[in-house]
Design a protein around this ligand. Structure first.
Ligand SMILES: [Zn+2]
Length: 94
């Protein structure tokens, strides 16, 4: 693994996946939230992912107040992997 010149507080796409549901629940706060949002600002992929995640979650749970759960978290990870592998095709091969 090569972390390059990554700052200690900078979050990466994988962190966005981990935090996505928390973020959408407004459970990500403070410095972490700032890092999350600045990653989003510079990462079109994660913005698109978050948008898709919202659509999926809303479709899956008709009641916006009760979407919680580990289940959704696991599902969102799966969604992300699928979504990335669909898009990755030409660009990256990690
Ligand atoms: Zn990203």
């Amino acid at each position: 693994m090569d972390d390059g010149a990554r700052h200690h507080s900078e979050i990466v796409c994988r962190d966005v996946v981990d935090l996505a549901t928390d973020y959408l629940e407004c459970a990500v706060r403070g410095l972490l939230r700032g890092d999350f949002e600045s990653h989003l600002a510079g990462c079109e992929d994660c913005r698109a992912y978050l948008g898709q995640l919202l659509v999926v979650i809303r479709a899956a749970s008709h009641i916006p107040h009760s979407w919680p759960a580990q289940d959704d978290r696991a599902r969102s990870l799966e969604l992300f992997r699928t979504w990335r592998s669909e898009r990755a095709g030409s660009s990256e091969a990690t």
